[in-house]
Ligand binder design. Sequence first.
Ligand code: ZN
Ligand code: ZN
Length: 582
Amino acid sequence: MSKIKLMNESLANKIAAGEVIERIANVVKELVENSIDAGSTNITVNLLDSGKTKIEVIDNGSGMDRSDAKLCFLRHATSKVYNDDDLFFINTLGFRGEALASIASVSEVILNTYDGKESTSITIKGSKIISTTDGQKRKGTHIKVNKLFYNTPARLKYLKSDRSELNLVVSYIEKLSLANPKISFTLTNNNQTLIKTSGKNLLKAINEIYGLEISKNTIPIHLSSDDYDIDGFICKPEILKKNKNHMHVFINGRVIKNFELLKTIDEAYHTYKPDGFYPVVFINIFTDPSLTDVNIHPTKQDIKISKMAILKTEIRDSIKNALYSDNLVSSPLKFEETLESKLPINLFEEPFEETKEVELVKREYTAFSDSTFKVEEQSEFDFKSINEQIRKIELYPVGIAFGTYIIAENKEGIYLIDQHAAQERINYEKILRSFLKNEQIDMLVPITMELSTSEYDIVMKMKDKLIEMGFNIEPFGPNTIKIDSHPTWVKESKEKDTIKEVINVLTEEEKNFDALKFNDKVAATVACKASIKGNSRITLDAANFILEQLVLCDNPYNCPHGRPTIIKFTIYELEKMFKRSM
Ligand code: ZN
Ligand code: ZN
């Protein structure tokens, strides 16, 4: 029976896909997604002149019978969507019946398809069927799109340079190979192989697309709930990129771009990396298709997600669990090397800026309480035991360089520890913990402080927040405040300085005030001020004390600003550098 049905007009209008074909990558996308829908396990894309002369897609999918092969070039033909209701249960990638028709109207298409019974070869030029004959009996579909836009010179001109068109295709096939790691993809241009994946599993695909440096620095993530199953790999924070293009998120095998989810991922790395650098992640989300609506815009790849809050929590927890579980001590050099992106390409047409809508989304910073890291029963890895190992690391200080770096050793290698960054981390976690306790001290002698008019206004406006934090503040004459109690984390004799710092943070954070973010920033600022500076000599005993406390931190690897605290040179690396072992 014919699998292809004509879509009704109202549905076709809803989908409004007339603008689908603009770039070579759009054509490749339509053809390849059809191959995926046909159940292919092997898909080859061959381009000539970046696709301007020829785009060829060969798959080993189910193929089509002759009537489908003819029908698929008609407008609004689709095998996937039948009526309006089906739009909400879209589980297949291609759902726009117009795509093949659009392609066929602006090129020469040669289609060869065999469904195991009937083989068909059709040639179409500018929407007209030129010939229909028996074709080759090779299971699957083989489609050639020659001379794209030959009859629409204006659109031909709209195509960008070969390199730019090719970059988009490469980026798209890379993402698709990661989203569908069980399918083997090959991409060539002018007979040169650009991508080849073996179709085994995600880690193998990561290795084939990104190379060993990335694939060996991944941590698996896994989390299951009633609504969403999350699976995949995240890279250790020593691998960072300057753009967001390497944060891969897939829903049911579909490449998606969703600002809210990217923001959640970025925030899950909070303090594990500096702001403005982005992690490399490969996150698969499996869910009932009725919870997502991919049909917002045919080319933009955005997606509407129900139960977004649940999904965000799951993604954040799975990343935090993975980061907490692993030994993340940086190795030398790697950090700098990996800051640059492999290819400066952007799959998405519009600049990857966050929209205003996204900015309005409430930031959900999580305080670093122990309860944040709840153990998932389904976890495949035992992060507790790995973390306990890290807590047991013994580091023996042997010297201090430049009054800044503690040099330590143990039987695994040599460590350099930034004494300021390390102490900052220790203080930061201490302060965050005492925020949770919320204890305060009444002062015997209250402090009075004179502020600038704007500071005074802000303090009065946010008075409740400060009282909540444990600062009991009262107005005390013009632009003057009186404080008679403060939280326990404020150091004795540093009360005035600390209150000044809190007011500074309050001034910065007053717009879009968010309590968790404010607390976090106060903790980081106060921790920085309270920590010993670089270029000041400390004793080995003091260094030892810092190291003992550092390894007990939830994240001993980074200061609250995401910079590394500790770098390790393994004995192997040292021996290699000194050519003691080759
Ligand atoms: Zn600092
Ligand atoms: Zn710092």
